[in-house]
Design a protein. Structure first.
Length: 269
């Protein structure tokens, strides 16, 4: 029998899991899943992972506001109560947004992930094999982050992954897609395994964390604030997920702090 419905794409499977699939395709997708056990298993795994993320981060919006965002403390510093209230509200919104952001979507690579993860994979494979010159600028050199920030057009700082047993080796500048410059940070574990963080400008819509693996190399990809980030390393999904979460949280905290400081500066008489 000829199947007259068009094949179900990976993007449609993600939309089905997220509850965003058009009604006229839901029946076709459910029929497809009934006939394709492998895709049905993937969908079930994505749903389980999304629920696990929601369970872990869903309560973040109810946590106490950090001391650095305390209204009384802010008011004493600048004596601008209305401005400080607005700044604290923005900070709370950003914190709540971070929790909700982690709850979006599943973890498999799709759409814009393809181009950026391919670039990141290629860079990862090429440079982790280098013994003498895996990086261009060593960790600890003061110009590493300012130089990469200036070249890629985004304020970056090398994440601290010491708590995960990863030591920063340094970083380098790379050509990205369509001439966009990219930054690559490299880390090394206690047993010699290497991980990289690849980032560059990208105009694609914001994306939740997506996992992709090619042979022994895995990655977690996301887009935030017009920046694409790819954490790559050995294809250990749980470990890469933890590293990516740590990197994301540090970037988000730095952005929140910077936004609040700018508001406080504007509020001073």
């Amino acid at each position: 029998m000829i199947d007259r419905d068009p094949p179900v794409t990976e993007e449609e499977l993600h939309a089905y899991v997220d509850g965003e699939l058009a009604a006229d395709r839901r029946v076709a997708v459910e029929h497809w899943l009934g006939a394709h056990a492998e895709d049905a298993a993937r969908v079930a795994a994505w749903r389980a992972q999304a629920e696990a993320i929601r369970a872990r981060y869903g309560a973040a919006a109810d946590e106490p506001v950090p001391l650095r965002f305390n209204l009384d403390r802010l008011a004493r510093q600048g004596r601008k109560w209305s401005r400080f209230a607005a700044a604290a509200a923005v900070a709370a919104l950003l914190i709540g947004g971070a929790a909700g952001w982690f709850g979006r979507g599943a973890w498999e690579g799709a759409g814009p992930a393809r181009v950026v993860t391919t670039e990141a994979f290629d860079a990862h494979r090429l440079y982790i094999a280098e013994v003498r010159h895996p990086i261009e600028v060593k960790a600890g050199e003061n110009h590493l982050n300012p130089w990469l920030s200036r070249r890629i057009g985004y304020q970056v700082a090398s994440p601290n992954l010491d708590t995960l047993g990863l030591k920063l080796l340094g970083g380098r500048l790379l050509p990205g897609n369509s001439g966009r410059a990219a930054a690559l940070y490299m880390y090394e574990g206690t047993s010699g395994e290497r991980f990289t963080i690849y980032c560059r400008r990208d105009q694609q819509p914001q994306s939740s964390l997506r996992y992709r693996a090619t042979g022994p190399v895995g990655s977690v990809f996301w887009i935030e604030d017009d920046m694409a980030f790819v954490v790559s390393g050995p294809a250990d999904r749980a470990r890469l997920q933890k590293i990516a979460e740590t990197v994301y949280e540090q970037i988000e905290t730095r952005q929140q702090t910077g936004a609040l400081l700018r508001m406080l500066s504007d509020a001073r008489p």
